[in-house]
Design a binder for this molecule. Sequence first.
Ligand SMILES: [Zn+2]
Length: 64
Amino acid sequence: MSTSVAVEIGSVYWALDGGIHHASCGQRMVLRARHPDELVFACVACSESVAVPVSVLSRIPVAT
Ligand SMILES: [Zn+2]
């Protein structure tokens, strides 16, 4: 069983600096693992991991 939290649109967003940010705490996330069909990001602030399917990447909202 994976400990990652399946991404829901809105749980992460692209910031203007080009990085993925964690919507619940607003901190930058770092790429922790790269799989053929998903990327796993870890939040630097709360250590939560979010698995983002590649198919969802283009639908992640961009912060304005
Ligand atoms: Zn966080």
